[in-house]
Design a protein. Structure first.
Length: 119
């Protein structure tokens, strides 16, 4: 009796495992069970708010202010050269030189407009 149980269990196990291994693999896009659960017509993700903000800042502020300097313009024309960190430093100096006075004044106005607390 014990041998019969082991034989039946083993044969059922072998038949079920051989049936699973004989099926051909399907790609995830053709898997009907997966497609019924997931949404395959989903739109591609758009850039996040930080990326859009950074892109607009580069387009509207960084590029126009840094392109005023002739040294930066000549470096940007040659696209075959390797990037050097000094180029970024030059661009940042040009950007800060142009916007430094405006931001310092506006910051001073903000600080002076704050209420005084204490004596």
């Amino acid at each position: 009796m014990k041998n019969l149980n082991i034989t039946i269990t083993t044969s059922i196990l072998l038949l079920s495992l051989s049936a699973c291994s004989s099926k051909t693999a399907t790609s995830p896009s053709q898997n009907e069970a997966l497609n019924s659960v997931t949404n395959t017509t989903a739109q591609k993700e758009k850039d996040g708010i930080m990326q859009r903000s950074m892109d607009s800042w580069i387009k509207d502020e960084w590029t126009p202010k840094t392109q005023k300097d002739e040294k930066v313009k000549t470096l940007d024309k040659d696209e075959s050269r390797d990037f050097k960190i000094q180029e970024y430093v030059d661009k940042s100096q040009t950007y800060l030189k142009d916007s430094d006075a405006k931001e310092t004044q506006s910051h001073t106005k903000k600080v002076n407009s704050l209420p005084v607390i204490g004596n």
